[in-house]
Design a protein around this ligand. Sequence first.
Ligand code: TXA
Ligand code: MG
Length: 311
Amino acid sequence: MSDISKKISEASQVLIKGGVVIFPTETVYGIGANAFQRDAVEKIYRIKGRPSDNPLIIHLADIQQIQNYASAEEHLDRLQDLMPGPVTAIFPKSEAGKEIDTANLQSIAVRIPASKTALALLQECRLPIGAPSVNLSGKPSLTRIEDIELEFANKVDCILPEFYKNDNIGIESTVISFLEEKPVIVRPGFYDRTFLQKYWPEIIYSDFSSRSHAPISPGQKYRHYAPECDVVITNVLPDIISESEASLGFSIPAGKGYKIFISNNREYMQKLYAFLVDCDKLKLKKAYLQKPLEDGFSAGILDRIQKASQR
Ligand code: TXA
Ligand code: MG
């Protein structure tokens, strides 16, 4: 057995025994447990400080497993094109799905991650794995293994790094709800509406930002992705920043502050969370984020940076 298979098999044993495992996906790292074991899942809520009404995405190894836990029949063909991949689908539960608790909802969010490490783990344990992003609730998701080790090494039973080359998307999956007449994008991500219209021409966006009306997805009502400092979204970055400020964007300001340069939206997604985490580490006072370029990735980025800037 190779070293990698050995580590994956150890992680799988931890999951089977009710432990908590951090594992890579192509979007962000996940902190997972056997979705059938309530006490295992509760550990994740405790570690993250996650509100108990916010359900976890159930990570699965293949389309057959989706068929097993969700009533997804008419959409399976189309999903097969998109999964494994950075997309999550919400369906009514099947009979078998009712055994899985999803914060008392009747629905289940399912996702097949594309990371080879994640897939190997899911194939090995053959369990539905409930896994949110790795972060303390409300804070930016963690995308660097060294940040995860620092914050979570003594809180979880196992941390798996990415063993293989990964697409490394950097922001969480696009979440689509199939509970209503028309499919609804409840969280944009790598895939935006225009892309998904090729599969579901009638697909619509929900109001991601609204915290006032009853959200389709409980996660919509909570604060997210926010560092301690003020986050300012601008069309044009300031010319000069001070030592206590940071900027991320397509041009670099002068001054002594912390600066991350990006040349396209794909890179924006990949670097955004690490930038926000660094703002906390460096105890900065203000972070400027330049608006993304307008393309298929802008909806996902705008959603994250708008939430990061909310107080
Ligand atoms: O890329 C991702 O999706 C990452 C990786 C680890 O897979 N996971 C992730 O999980 O972002 P989390 O927990 O940070 O975000 C899941 C979102 C939350 O907003 C939650 O409310 C929503 O999905 N959700 C989960 N199950 C749901 C359900 N049955 N109905 C409505 N919304 C649901
Ligand atoms: Mg999250």
